[in-house]
Design a binder for this molecule. Structure first.
Ligand code: ADP
Ligand code: MG
Length: 406
């Protein structure tokens, strides 16, 4: 999807008011299920929670009806909204472009960003752009795109959302961004090697640009053993702080161009070590690295961390402050939102794993292989865990990201 920076400057103030009204109404609607609860006088002609009636847009934007129609028309021409019309109903829905626009406008109003450059990534569930502030300092803008590829999964699982929420792309994308923001902030403040979070609006996150390659692109390294143990230490360090990355793979580990040091990105799927399936997630992260090192670098180590050893000595010792899972929950990202997002992600994952049976077979093979090894490595692994633990006790770094909000 193309983002046009000039758009940020050349939208009229009336258009902006109308677009903001559409955004507000859509958000209220996907959040609470129905607009009728806040606007009981309006007959909602559509079951689609993403469509808002023109008449409400007029009410909210405070413009005359004719003005609203004209502005909605010009916004539709620029694909910021789309008209939805049938015999009973006349309304508009916000497009991804419109949502992007509102988010970027908020970021630029706060002087967090000024211009948009090239797209550097198209993830499964995000678009990544290089952007810059007024002084030309480069940053990364991540726009979450949940729901783009997975409407089939969502429709089937809709009941988990309950009556009040619709699994709209807008809602899920925003939750993912809020979660990622909350985690990135806390991790950065506690000295974990993650990009510095800069700002956050709606479904987007602005962060430090890391001059690096994804590990995926690294063909050869001088000492794979060093990187391997650094990455395992990092997994342990996360766990000692109460967290599991949950998608710790070669795409989400960046290797700094200059120093070769790893930086971890992509946090919407992080879970607490208190999660019911924590051990499974932990092992999956560990196995992901083992498998990659074996395939890519022909490097295999008998030493790898166990979930149990990250638990035993750490709990209680470090004080409450060190349970980052607790810190994140206290920061405002709610347990309920966490659950909604998690169920969505599980639904998506189940769907995509149906498509690649080959990979699954391979993983099953590996798991069998590992069980045989278990028990022998306990000692080495404990040592490794303790090293990582010390590191994690380092002085906390103060965060300098501005507060979120719109
Ligand atoms: P997704 O959730 O879609 O996987 P990621 O956050 O993993 O999104 O980002 C996708 C890609 O974009 C990464 O693999 C990386 O190449 C690039 N990228 C993301 N964040 C940064 C950053 N802060 N600095 C440099 N490159 C980044
Ligand atoms: Mg990723």
């Amino acid at each position: 999807m193309k983002l046009d920076a000039t758009d940020l400057r050349y939208i009229t103030s009336d258009e902006f008011r109308v677009l903001t009204a559409v955004g507000f109404l859509t958000w209220r609607q996907v959040q609470s299920g129905e607009l009728t609860t806040i606007f009981p006088q309006v007959e909602m002609g559509s079951k689609n929670h993403e469509v808002v009636p023109t008449i409400l847009v007029a009410q909210i934007s405070g413009l005359r009806n004719g003005g609203v129609n004209k502005n909605l028309g010009s916004l539709a021409k620029r694909n910021l909204v789309a008209r939805v019309q049938n015999s009973k109903y006349d309304g508009y829905r916000l497009t991804y472009g419109g949502y992007d626009y509102l988010a970027m406008r908020a970021l630029s109003k706060r002087d967090s960003m000024f211009s948009v450059g090239n797209q550097i990534g198209v993830g499964k569930e995000s678009d990544i752009y290089i952007v810059a502030d007024a002084e030309g300092h480069e940053m990364v803008l991540k726009l979450h795109r949940l729901g783009r590829i997975s409407f089939r999964a969502i429709k089937e699982k809709r009941d988990y959302m309950g009556k009040r929420k619709s699994a709209s792309w807008m809602y899920m994308s925003r939750l993912a961004a809020e979660k990622e923001w909350a985690f990135m902030k806390v991790l950065h403040e506690h000295g974990f090697p993650v990009p510095r979070p800069v700002d956050h609006a709606r479904h987007t996150i602005l962060m430090e640009f890391i001059d690096a390659y994804p590990l995926r692109q690294v063909a050869d390294i001088p000492s794979p053993g060093k990187l391997y143990s650094d990455l395992m230490d990092l997994i342990v360090r996360f766990a000692r702080a109460g967290l599991i990355h949950g998608d710790f793979n070669e795409f989400n580990i960046l290797i700094r161009r200059e120093s070769g040091e790893p930086v971890v990105i992509d946090f919407p799927q992080m879970v607490s070590t208190s999660h019911m399936n924590a051990e499974m997630y932990f092992n999956r992260d560990v196995q992901c690295i083992r498998k990659f090192f074996r395939k890519r670098f022909r490097y295999e180590s008998r030493i790898y961390p166990r979930f149990s050893s990250t638990r035993s000595s750490s709990q209680g010792e470090d004080g409450e402050d060190f349970r980052l899972d607790v810190v994140v929950m206290a920061s405002g990202f709610k347990q309920r939102d966490q659950q909604v997002l998690e169920e969505y992600m599980n639904a998506v994952q189940n769907e995509s794993s149906e498509d690649d049976d080959d990979e699954e077979e391979e993983e099953e093979e590996e798991e069998g292989e590992e069980e045989g090894e278990e028990g022998e490595e306990e000692e080495g692994e404990e040592e490794e865990a303790d090293e990582a633990h010390e590191e994690a006790d380092e002085e906390e770094k103060g965060g300098d990201a501005p507060e979120a909000g719109e």
